[in-house]
Design a protein. Structure first.
Length: 89
């Protein structure tokens, strides 16, 4: 006999978690692009083309995507709380 309890597959991801993860990845890509784009200004080399500066905008896009994920998670938690309160009466 095994003394271990078999673990059930747990899917603890809440609504919005995927958006938060994706937003964080996009934000990090934008942050790295910002560092790379600003570096030539301090090093005295030629600046990057304007397309490189457009990639820096991913930082804001990632922030907005992660914020949308947080808001979606909040809405799901409110729905659960409302259902629990209605079922408890």
């Amino acid at each position: 006999m095994r003394s271990e309890t078999p673990s059930a597959p747990s899917d603890d991801s809440a609504p919005g978690d995927g958006l938060v993860r994706a937003g964080a990845i996009v934000f990090i890509i934008g942050a790295v692009a910002t560092l790379v784009t600003v570096a030539p200004l301090f090093l005295g080399t030629d600046p990057f083309p304007p397309v490189a500066y457009a990639v820096c905008m991913l930082m804001g896009v990632g922030f907005l995507v992660a914020g949308a994920g947080v808001l979606r998670s909040i809405a799901a938690q409110r729905r659960q709380a409302k259902l629990a309160a209605a079922g408890g009466n």
